[in-house]
Design a protein around this ligand. Sequence first.
Ligand SMILES: [Zn+2]
Length: 175
Amino acid sequence: MRRRVASAAKPNPAHFVLASLEQKLCERLFLCTQNVDDLHEQAGLNCVVHMHGELFKSRCDTCSRAPFRDTNTYDSPVELPQCECGGGIRPHICWFGEVPFELDRIFRALNECTVFMAVGTSGVVEPAASFVAHVGGRARTIYVGAEEPANASAFTECHLGKAGEVLPLLAGSIQ
Ligand SMILES: [Zn+2]
């Protein structure tokens, strides 16, 4: 069901601003998302770290084969798909209670960053909600989103509004 819903979604202006920021900053932009859709990629971003996994990928729950692209929506009732090894095929998604992906890379980037920006997140879901506290004091910390996040006081700047409207105004100030 989630794959069917996500297939119909299209990138919004904020995704495209981030894509042009990647063009400008190249590898100095580290973009990490809690979103499992592929809207960043659709907008043209090349390097996206999906800490909660990717909806359009699956993996085996048993063997070490790499996660693979899977757009199957299993519309008719079927047995759960099986890997050649006999294991079950599951979505490449971080479920509640599982450890998010790529935390080593993410914390390396947090340790080095000079500008930290969180976009459209509630500030509740850990570990992402603590990222701003991790860089606090060393970096410019910016929040962009329609509603004030739970961890608003940890940011040096809070820009409330639609990301698609606020980000284009801010992007120029990020060097
Ligand atoms: Zn397998």
